[in-house]
Design a protein around this ligand. Structure first.
Ligand SMILES: NC(=O)c1ccc[n+]([C@@H]2O[C@H](COP(=O)([O-])OP(=O)(O)OC[C@H]3O[C@@H](n4cnc5c(N)ncnc54)[C@H](O)[C@@H]3O)[C@@H](O)[C@H]2O)c1
Length: 399
């Protein structure tokens, strides 16, 4: 309860993002003068992706992992041992990231459960650290607004702030979407998007607050549900191709098979209305086997863009584009984002272009989720006006 109040006040006042104290980290990075030194980075969230991405930061050659934070001691020790992080720089508990931010480092990678991204990103910017943030940026509307404010505050403070979506870095995706923008599939009629996959494994036997945190991916409030946490990749591609946010949505879905843990649904079906009478149908399942895919396809008057995360990206029609396979996108995209983040910092480009499209696609997932939960048509305007905040229910966890 206390924790939720803190979070609510944080989101309401915009503390951390709007009312920032000005501290510029390592001004020499701005001018690219420190060519021989490495950026010192801290990892917030030392679980699966945190540990995996720490390796990619080290492999880049321009970073040194110097600190880490996680709720659990064993997670920071695991990551810490692997990358030589001193025990005094391994921070635990829900607020351990604050101690990490007080220490001497240039940047952070935020790899914690999505519900914590807004407060951690705002605190990072307030502390003068460059922020590399895993998707999704947030689980609710106030969280998305907070990330938007943090992105702007970062730019004002000459800090890099990058959201790690992989498809927007891929050359085939970039070329194909560019061609659609140039009118190569003609007037856009409609589209579809899908995230179809099997169920995920348990991280802990359910039954305690700690187990719930370990199983955050099955928890609506901690993850934003599968439509926000996982399916966002497909809806991010769709909103990128259409270069628009939906006006309204109707949806259905439920929880049929995966009922042994958490409260997330295991399937969603949503119809989104976009400007210019463009309708997008969206399908999602996180259960069963077969037909797995992460895709968006948009149909135009003279052609179709067919874009699959981890599969083929092309355009068929009057002006075809052969495109190619994006098999390595999961790693390649993160590697490219890590390189871009480094370049932004060392060359002083703080325009932070990944923030706006990430806010848009994140809100799109929340619109679809709200429509499906309520069973009613929900407009974008209504969703923004209501500004529903999810209750994280963090009682029983160490602060
Ligand atoms: N392709 C992708 O872009 C991709 C793939 C996988 C995961 N992700 C994202 O990466 C993030 C982490 O996912 P994961 O798969 O590593 O999950 P994970 O559960 O393996 O790791 C998350 C870690 O965060 C820790 N944590 C919990 N509360 C914390 C807090 N308050 N402060 C710091 N750490 C805290 C957990 O204990 C856990 O160790 C999520 O946002 C997820 O959506 C992105």
């Amino acid at each position: 309860m206390k924790r939720n109040l803190v979070r609510r006040n944080f989101l309401k006042t915009g503390a951390g993002a709007a009312a920032l104290s000005f501290t510029l980290a390592r001004p020499e990075w701005v001018f690219g003068a420190a060519a021989n030194s490495k950026l010192e980075i801290g990892i917030i969230g030392s679980g699966g992706r945190g540990k995996w991405i720490a390796n990619l930061f080290e492999q880049h050659g321009g970073y040194k992992v110097v600190a880490c934070a996680d709720y659990f001691q064993e997670r920071v020790d695991d990551l810490g041992e692997k990358y030589g992080v001193e025990p005094t720089r391994r921070h635990t508990g829900l607020s351990g990231y604050k101690k990490l931010l007080e220490s001497k480092l240039d940047a952070v990678a935020i790899e914690s459960p999505p519900c914590f991204h807004p407060e951690q990103a705002a605190a990072a910017v307030a502390a003068g650290k460059h922020a590399f943030v895993a998707k999704p940026i947030a689980v609710d509307v106030p969280g998305c607004q907070s990330i938007e404010a943090s992105g702007k505050a970062a730019t004002a403070k000459k800090l890099a702030f990058l959201i790690d979506f992989q498809s927007r870095t891929d050359p085939f995706f970039i070329e194909a979407v560019g061609r659609v923008r140039q009118g190569e599939i003609g007037k856009i009629v409609s589209g579809q998007a899908a995230y179809l996959t099997g169920r995920l494994g348990l991280h802990a036997e359910p039954g305690s607050p700690e187990a719930r945190l370990k199983n955050w991916v099955f928890d609506k409030a901690l993850s934003g549900d599968i439509i926000t946490e996982q399916n966002i990749h497909a809806l991010d591609i769709a909103t990128w191709i259409l270069d628009a946010a939906p006006l309204c949505a109707v949806g259905r879905g439920g929880r049929k098979l995966r009922v042994d843990v958490g409260d997330c649904w295991d399937h969603f079906e949503v119809i989104f209305d976009f400007p210019e009478d463009i309708v997008l149908s969206f399908h999602s399942k996180q259960c069963g086997r077969g037909a797995d895919d992460i895709m968006a396809r948009v149909y135009g008057e003279t052609g179709t863009i067919d874009a699959h995360y981890g599969g083929v990206v092309n355009i068929k029609g009057d002006k075809p584009y052969e495109g190619g396979e994006t098999k390595g996108i999961f790693t390649d995209g993160a590697v490219r984002n890590i390189a871009t983040f480094h370049e932004s910092i060392t060359k002083g480009d703080f325009s932070n272009p990944t923030v706006a499209p990430s806010v848009r696609s994140n809100l799109t997932t929340i619109l679809g989720r709200t429509a499906a939960y309520t069973g009613k048509e929900v407009t974008w305007e209504e969703m923004m006006r209501t500004g529903e905040e999810l209750d994280l229910q963090l009682e029983g966890l160490a602060g």
